[in-house]
Design a binder for this molecule. Structure first.
Ligand SMILES: NC(=O)c1ccc[n+]([C@@H]2O[C@H](COP(=O)([O-])OP(=O)(O)OC[C@H]3O[C@@H](n4cnc5c(N)ncnc54)[C@H](O)[C@@H]3O)[C@@H](O)[C@H]2O)c1
Length: 252
């Protein structure tokens, strides 16, 4: 693999597993130094320990602004700068159903972990990135922001909000050298998803996709690495859907 990200320093949130962990591995493989963070300290430590000195693990709850600010401080203290922020952490609940039944507490918790976490990340990362000429912010959204499913109204609505946040960030700070983009996966076969669906269902999803297979966390990490790199230097304010071309007659 080329060292396309050599010299760049990144923060990835929600890096203990799934898409975040795959992204840390991919960014490091391309030469970046990475602050890998997660609310689950053990999980993120396990990801980092396979990757050597270029990856440092930090426990951080992204709903806590001081903890997010500390991640930016860590990037600067350990690696001297910050070039890339991947807002990726998420938590979800079976209580997130529809507009009538989803409780206020869950609406607020979902907006905190999706929207306010990205606000905190941008607020603390941008001034530091600007000092060294700019940077790239990548936020993970979801197909749930673009098409309604039977449940998860708060999740889908929060993801739509964070896409607009990314657009404003691109517009407001573009001339300061900040690019801001969104990756919006469809169904991704993470460890968490493997626990929910059996092989037959997973194969059905793959067969229904235009790509003929399910999306892996690494497929999303590939796109994050592109958006982190100078190869996407004139790409900003975009939502890049990563769904293999969509489903053929199956909605998820
Ligand atoms: N897996 C999919 O099918 C899919 C589809 C579309 C979008 N996404 C999005 O991709 C991103 C990653 O999803 P995933 O499937 O890899 O998730 P995951 O559940 O596998 O991992 C999420 C990570 O975030 C961490 N986390 C939870 N709350 C946190 C908090 N408050 N602070 C810091 N870390 C916290 C968890 O500990 C976990 O390690 C999310 O933004 C998700 O909405 C996933």
């Amino acid at each position: 693999m080329t060292a396309r990200l050599a010299g760049k320093v990144a923060i990835v949130t929600g890096a203990g597993r799934g898409i975040g962990a795959a992204t840390v591995r991919r960014l490091a493989a391309e030469g970046a130094s990475v602050v890998a963070s997660d609310i689950d300290a053990d999980a993120v430590a396990a990801v980092a320990e396979q990757l050597g000195d270029a990856v440092v693990a930090r426990q951080a709850d992204v709903t806590d602004e001081a903890a997010v600010a500390a991640l930016v401080d860590t990037a600067v203290e350990r690696f001297g700068r910050l070039d890339v922020l991947h807002n990726n952490a998420v938590s979800s609940s079976a209580e997130d159903t529809d507009t009538v039944r989803t409780p206020d507490s869950l609406w607020r918790a979902t907006f905190d972990v999706v929207v306010m976490a990205a606000v905190y990340g941008c607020r603390h990362a941008i001034p530091v990135m600007v000092k060294t000429g700019g940077g790239s912010i990548i936020t993970t959204s979801s197909g749930a922001a673009h098409a309604a499913t039977a449940t998860r109204v708060a999740y889908g609505t929060a993801k739509a909000a964070v896409e607009t946040l990314s657009l404003y960030t691109a517009a407001n700070f573009g001339q300061a050298g900040i690019r801001s983009n969104v990756v919006a996966p469809g169904f991704v076969l993470t460890e968490g998803i493997r626990g929910i669906f059996d092989d037959e269902m997973i194969n059905k999803f793959g067969a229904a996709s235009a790509a003929g297979r399910v999306c892996l966390p690494e497929d999303v990490a590939d796109v994050v690495a592109f958006l982190a790199s100078d190869d996407s230097g004139y790409v900003s304010g975009q939502v890049l859907t990563v769904n293999g071309g969509g489903a053929r007659g199956v909605s998820w």
